[in-house]
Ligand binder design. Sequence first.
Ligand code: UD1
Length: 367
Amino acid sequence: MRIISVVGARPNFVKLAPVAHALAKRPGVEHLIVHTGQHYDALMSDSFFRELDIPAPSVNLEVGSASHAKQTAAVMERFEGTCVELKPDWVLVYGDVNSTVAAALVAVKLGIKVAHVEAGLRSYDRTMPEEHNRIVTDHLADLLLTPSRDAIATLKGEGVPEGRIQFVGNVMIDTLIRLRGRARGAAAKLGLPEQGFVLVTLHRPGNVDDPATLGVICDGLAGLAKDRPVVFPVHPRTRARLAETKGLGNVRLVDPVPYLEMLSLTESAALVVTDSGGVQEETTFLGVPCLTVRPNTERPITVKEGTNRLIEPGEIVEASTLALELSGSPGLRPGSGKARSAPAIERWDGRAGERIAEVLCDGKRFT
Ligand code: UD1
């Protein structure tokens, strides 16, 4: 059996790793990786392949950055030739980025079966490009591999036949569990006290593309940084926009950090302020308080069962102060860190990649 995984952007790589490792153990399975080149900087791509022990891609489509239509079209045009040449039995696509929907559309039209890893997530926010990518990909795919039980109901509610849906669990958490032990010490390296700083990541167009919204966010972060260290690894999209704003006070801006450093920073933070999907899940798994600067989330389980809370851009200072008080992390005293309790979410257990291999190779069902 020949399986092609298509990945393009940073969060895809984290989801691919456990699937690649599980499939590598299967005799008779040839697993090839196609990198679309959507993310291409060393810090956004190469470092992830290295740290996560992902085999080198067999093909790089080198599409790079462009408008949504151009980027999606470039993946489609280039991936079609790859599919025709390699004739895979399955194409696996991950998450909700432009590369995901583009590859899925190419494969189904060539009669190749498509499996969507991280299926069934919905924000119900039609202004998010990812929401369209999720919906279209789920309705193209032959096999929908969901990270949480609520996604099954969502898909059934949209008319997806039950036989196509399998509840395999959360692959991103597989990677976290595997590498957690190796990811210590990043905070100390940056001189940040354990559980004594706030970690920030923001890159959504809804937050960073509109100067007025970004201005409100910058004011909030600068206010927060008056009383405690705030560290902000900056995504290239955000970096370009920040250059046009009035500044961030004492906030410490750093380049995008590799996976292990990000995991270590997340685990050591008193609080995380983000708009990333993956970070909402990682903080929930680790029991780290998280404020998500978005009006909605496609991962409601992190709010219902986890540590996540949705806030508006203007609420950053007030919500952070409250979250720090409630969590008992004063955010100021070095060494004040304490053990955290984290919720146990069903099938966020480090075995999702194995389950995907069992579905594809052994015909197992996970309901
Ligand atoms: C993409 C995904 C988003 C995901 C994010 C993770 C879509 C629609 N969006 O958003 O869902 O959360 O990845 O990071 O697919 N750039 C670089 N170097 C790179 C990559 C990008 O400098 O290696 C810059 C370019 O100026 C580019 C901008 O970042 O225009 C945005 O990149 P793009 O891939 O279009 O979307 P992201 O914002 O990264």
